[in-house]
Design a protein around this ligand. Structure first.
Ligand code: SAM
Ligand code: SF4
Length: 361
């Protein structure tokens, strides 16, 4: 590896920061085959905070109805070929209770933007989950909503919220999200953070039009916004969308970006997303080796998993029984941690000092 690249990686590891031109140079020059040093620094960084723990989130995809029309997503409202479904609150609660029984202590409730689930319905559901599953963290991933709704759900007990900004380029954002605005997206993220949620931002890797310059800006945006979680994943085309014929994003590039994010935000919770594991059968292992520390297996009923087709061929690879997951994680040199797995940033100093013990909580 050339000296300048090595120097920049060492600087990034030391300072957790680089200037935009330095990041751009890194992005242009680094290739997956030459990224060993980058991945090694990323692993060392995650071990300093989260040690070798890998947190699990039980993902419940509770509705595939969506009022939006994002150009990349198979759930967009104009896709008439997708078979739509909604889980009623009792069914969602039952998924959460089964996940709790299995040992999960975080559930992620994800859906399209579906007005059926009003603030009142979701608030009651969150309260019911908290009652039936004591100690379970609830993460929401339900898209944009008025601040009052976010606030009410937080008051009902929701702990975290994932809302990817999708791309830092306002032009690309508005091209691929008809009727939506980049400003509003950022405003939602700020509102969530201001309310007190552990907040997750993130972007799609390989959206047509995304240049290395845009990717360098992604890093700087994330550094400034400083979210507790970052979700990134490769773009996977869905045939019934306007981007159906575009090439998929690269897993290798995603892994490089995961490692860079770990170095820029050492305390971030960083999942290996389903899209990585869909395109690569060792996606989880490779993501963990690149500095990720969260896996989100889907626990919704099998019939729904098939219909929640943001992209094709998703079903089947996003689910693994816990013993199988444990085996894969341990073989990769990490340890499953079934605790809530809150952001390191949110832990009190006393909690951080008791951080040597893996396991219960
Ligand atoms: N509707 C909510 C929202 O958009 O925030 C949450 C559900 S949405 C399906 C979750 C994420 O899926 C989006 O943030 C987007 O980044 C990702 N996604 C959708 N279609 C995708 C595709 N074709 N390839 C990769 N990721 C995709
Ligand atoms: Fe709807 Fe989210 Fe898909 Fe966009 S990405 S169409 S908001 S489910």
């Amino acid at each position: 590896m050339e000296k300048k690249l090595e120097g920049l990686l060492a600087k990034l590891y030391r300072n957790n920061h680089l200037k935009k031109l330095e990041l751009l140079y890194l992005l242009e020059k680094i290739t997956y085959l030459k990224a060993d040093l980058l991945f090694a620094y990323a692993r060392k960084t995650r071990v300093k905070t989260y040690q070798r723990r890998v947190y699990l989130r039980a993902l419940v995809e509770f509705s595939n109805h969506c009022r939006n029309n994002c150009w990349y997503c198979g759930l967009r409202r104009e896709n008439k070929k997708v078979e739509r479904y909604r889980l009623l609150p009792e069914a969602i609660l039952s998924c959460c209770a089964s996940a709790y029984q299995a040992g999960y202590r975080t559930v992620v409730l994800q859906s399209g933007e579906d007005k059926f689930y009003t603030a009142a319905v979701l608030a009651d559901l969150i309260q019911a989950i908290k009652k039936e599953c004591p100690g379970m963290a609830v993460t929401l991933s339900i898209g944009e909503a008025p601040r009052e709704k976010y606030y009410r759900l937080y008051r009902a007990g929701a702990d975290r919220f994932l809302l990817r900004h999708e791309t830092v380029s306002a032009d690309l954002y508005e091209r691929y999200h008809p009727g939506m605005s980049y400003r509003r997206r950022l405003q939602c993220l700020k509102e969530l953070k201001g309310i007190g949620y552990q907040t997750g931002a993130g972007f799609i890797v390989g959206l047509p039009g995304q240049t290395d310059e845009v990717l360098a800006e992604e890093r700087l945006f994330l550094k400034e916004f400083d979210p507790e979680m970052v979700g990134i994943g490769p773009f996977i085309p869905h045939p019934e969308t306007p981007l159906g014929n575009s090439p998929a994003g690269s897993v290798e590039k995603t892994l490089i970006l995961l490692a860079l994010i770990r170095l820029l935000l050492p305390e971030v919770l960083l999942p290996v997303t389903t899209a990585v594991n869909t395109l690569d059968r060792y996606g989880w292992e490779k993501g963990l080796a690149a500095g990720a520390n969260v896996i989100m297996p889907v626990v919704s009923p099998a019939a729904c998993r098939r219909k929640y087709e943001i992209y094709k061929n998703k079903a089947g690879v996003d689910y693994a029984a816990l013993p199988e997951l444990k085996r894969r994680v341990e073989k990769a040199g990490f340890e499953l941690d079934m605790s809530r797995g809150d952001s390191y940033k949110r832990l009190q100093p006393a909690e951080r000092s008791g951080w040597g013990r893996i396991g219960a909580g």
